[in-house]
Write a protein of this length. Structure first.
Lengths: 268, 511
């Protein structure tokens, strides 16, 4: 991560909704992606092309072009290639100015930090003990951090929706952690391992269900919208990392803490 | 065996029923026709009393049940160079219009539900505007909103939302949302400062201000599209309309024209310099000045310009649009700041429709998967209850969205999905807790323990969503709002009902 930051002076690859630029969706199944890509190189700044196919027939139904160029330039260049005018019937345009993209990004980072602080306060108020609270917060942080690293390694560009998805991860991450902490530390009777196994059974069902439904949504609705594609993709990765962070790292901390408490009790 | 429902289950069922009413009972329940979403001011239809919100059932006696049927009839009549009669039949009355410039009416399908889809799903334009080289204060932004609303009204668009937005770092933006299909001119209306100047040589004769221009003709004999010519590549049509100058401006013009020479041309005697019309410092048209105007304080002036298009009809429409745009600027005056569009999304309605289908399909399949996994894991009838609870949660969230007139955009839908996800998690916690029978606790205590976990997670998620209300100029508010509504309904209405259902089932099993 730190090497990524020193290379790019940022935490993520930003897409046009955060860096500024234009995204065009053209409803035309006859466009040849390779040809269009060749035509656009040099004419549009940093152009990125993707086809959208119908789920049932696998036939291409639309093309999405993303570029750092502004709306007018993009439209002109595309019309030059297509030889017909783009209007609100055959295309969708999304343009974000670079100044807005920047402030948007900064604000989402602030929102993220604020969300974390607020979340941490609620957790501390709930558990009133330092170590378990820290474990929950660390696990949420690790989920987000690992997801971001994984996405960077894949070279995926994150949009504002992607950052929202990272925020959503906080919610799913704390669910299982709160379950674990509650069951292990707050309940009398039963052995420690028994309690952990029980919460693991519940927690893993929760996460697996979430993974399964996220995967379905990613496959079905993802291709049609950049926004949902990012959200589901990032959630899917985050949830997988959550299994690891909750049931390996977090569990060890809680277990250690529970044994530590037990010892203290015995000493008294 | 008789099972008595608890008040929590009753509450759930009542809220569910009310939500269904809120979603499906529309003002035009079980009616046929098309809904008017916009009527251009100054159009014949507007003068006859047709307004947005009315339902048209027939045009020229032919029944209309879809937008396609409506457009087919209208497009076969307009644009036309002559004024023609059109009869619109609405619920309560008939309206007869005479017009040559299309109907001035924009219609949409009669909505089956009270749900409003955001522009990213229904199609339309959405713009965020800020002043370039100037930081808008809240009151300046509010002033701009009122001038721009006035512009849209004068232009004839009423189906739009315009408001100020403030982001986390205190920047003020103006947000403009226009539903349905939109013309390119809308973009101009949003960002154009609209500084109008008429010059002869380097001297300004009059500006687009109340002080100089007292009246702008908008219809009848004094405004319209006249000559259309075919050129090598396209068609060009000319528009003309009359404006009335103040005495002061007219005298300024007289003083300037007095200094000019008279040239004799084939088309008559003309002054040596032209009257040049500039909009935002760009030359729009140059008008020859007839020699008879030399030194005369004439208050009635003809303004003209052109529209270009690949066919004659396109050129007529373009000329009409350009004329309307210019008239709007002259009537409403220029904006106090130069504006810059920082975000502009124009979404085609066709894509949105497909997309909604796939979202529904995706949710359905994921719910089936959820049901299968819970059934495999718990092997009890109760495992199927989460499915019912999930669907009811979606319905109630949508019911509230319909009630508060919330526009369901993509982030909102993502929020609903997120809420369902947490909802399922919570139900699994309840199911799980209720099954630990070996413990000495009774079902009531076990469910109470489940709620300790659920409430803990609930408050944590709400806390983490709150900052999103302010970040990003309101673009993500929908996500935060629907998620919070969704999980609140879950925690306070559906989950307690679900827990009671589990208790009932437990009793049944026990007896």
């Amino acid at each position: 991560m730190s090497s990524f930051y020193s290379q790019h002076h940022d935490f993520i690859y930003k897409d046009i909704s955060l860096s500024g630029g234009t995204s065009v969706t053209i409803s035309d199944g006859t466009i040849n992606l390779a040809e269009l890509s060749k035509f656009l190189s040099g004419k549009l700044d940093d152009a990125n092309i993707r086809g959208v196919s119908d789920l049932a027939t696998q036939k291409q139904i639309a093309v999405i072009v993303e570029t750092r160029s502004d709306k007018e330039t993009t439209q002109k260049v595309l019309e030059e290639y297509l030889k017909y005018p783009l209007n609100d019937k055959n295309s969708s345009f999304e343009f974000t100015g670079s100044s807005l993209g920047d402030s948007f990004y900064n604000q989402l980072l602030i929102a993220m930090v604020a969300a974390f602080v607020l979340m941490a306060i609620v957790i501390f108020v709930q558990f009133k003990t330092f170590v378990p609270s820290l474990a929950v917060i660390l696990s949420a942080f690790a989920d987000i951090f690992m997801t971001v690293v994984a996405i960077n390694l894949m070279g995926m560009r994150i949009s504002s929706a992607g950052i929202v998805a990272l925020l959503m991860l906080i919610g799913y991450s704390v669910d299982t952690d709160i379950l674990l902490t509650n069951k292990v530390l707050r309940r009398e009777g039963k052995t420690l391992n028994r309690k952990i196994i029980e919460s693991f059974k519940t927690g893993i069902t929760m996460t697996l269900i979430a993974i399964a439904s996220t995967a379905v949504c990613l496959i079905i609705a993802g291709p049609y919208s950049q926004v949902l594609y990012q959200i589901f993709f990032i959630m899917l990765f985050g949830l997988m990392f959550d299994i690891m962070n909750t049931w390996l790292t977090n569990v060890s901390i809680i277990k250690w803490y529970a044994i530590h408490l037990q010892k203290k009790k015995n000493e008294n | 065996m008789k099972t008595k429902l608890t008040w929590k289950i009753w509450l759930w069922l009542i809220v569910l029923a009310l939500s269904l009413v809120s979603i499906f009972i529309t003002p035009n329940f079980l009616q046929k026709g098309v809904l008017i979403t916009n009527v251009e001011q100054n159009s014949s239809a507007f003068e006859q009393g047709l307004r947005a919100g009315q339902v048209i059932t027939a045009v020229d006696g032919k029944p209309v049940t879809s937008v396609e049927e409506f457009s087919k009839i209208i497009n076969s009549k307009f644009p036309s160079l002559e004024k023609i009669k059109t009869t619109f039949t609405a619920k309560d009355a008939e309206y007869v219009t005479y017009s040559n410039t299309s109907s001035g009416i924009i219609v949409s399908k009669l909505p089956l539900t009270n749900l409003k889809l955001g522009l990213d799903l229904a199609g339309g334009s959405k713009a965020l505007v800020k002043a370039s080289n100037h930081t808008l204060t809240a009151s300046e932004a509010a002033d701009l909103v009122s001038i721009m609303s006035n512009r849209f009204n004068v232009y004839g668009l009423s189906d739009m939302k315009i408001s100020t937005v403030r982001d986390l770092s205190g920047n003020n933006f103006i947000s403009v949302e226009i539903a349905g299909a939109t013309q390119k001119e809308v973009q101009d209306l949003i960002s154009q400062q609209g500084k109008f100047e008429a010059k002869i040589g380097n001297e300004t004769v009059f500006r687009g201000e109340k002080k100089d221009i007292t009246n702008v003709a908008r219809g009848g004999q004094e405004a319209g599209v006249y000559d259309c010519q075919q050129t090598a590549s396209d068609y060009r049509c000319q528009f003309r309309f009359t404006i009335y100058l103040s005495q002061e401006a007219a005298e300024r013009q007289a003083a300037i024209t007095n200094t000019l020479d008279v040239n004799s041309t084939a088309s008559g005697d003309e002054l040596s310099k032209t009257l040049d019309l500039f909009v935002d410092n760009k030359l729009m048209d140059s008008l020859q000045i007839s020699a008879s105007l030399k030194g005369r304080a004439e208050t009635v002036i003809q303004i003209s310009g052109t529209g270009v298009g690949p066919t004659q009809n396109d050129a007529i429409t373009a000329a009409q649009d350009n004329m309307k745009n210019l008239q709007t600027i002259l009537i409403t005056g220029s904006l106090p700041f130069e504006l810059e569009i920082v975000k502009l999304d124009t979404i085609s309605p066709t894509l949105g429709n497909d997309f909604l289908k796939y979202i529904l399909l995706a949710s359905l399949i994921s719910m089936i998967i959820v049901a299968i996994i819970t059934f495999i894991r718990y092997r009890v009838k109760a495992a199927l209850a989460p499915l019912a609870v999930c669907i009811s949660e979606i319905i109630i969230t949508l019911g509230i969205a319909a009630l508060i007139n919330w526009n369901l955009d993509l982030p909102s839908i993502a929020g609903i999905l997120a809420a369902i996800g947490t909802g399922i998690d919570d139900q699994i916690v309840i199911l799980d807790e209720s099954r630990h029978k070996e413990e000495s606790l009774n079902i009531k205590q076990r469910i109470k323990r489940a709620f300790a976990i659920i409430l803990g997670a609930y408050f944590t998620v709400v806390a983490s969503l709150i900052p999103l209300f302010w970040a990003g100029a309101g673009l993500l508010t929908g996500f935060a709002l629907t998620t919070i509504i969704g999980i609140s309904i879950g925690v306070f209405i559906t989950r307690p009902a679900f827990a009671d259902m589990i208790k009932l089932l437990d009793k049944e099993n026990a007896s």
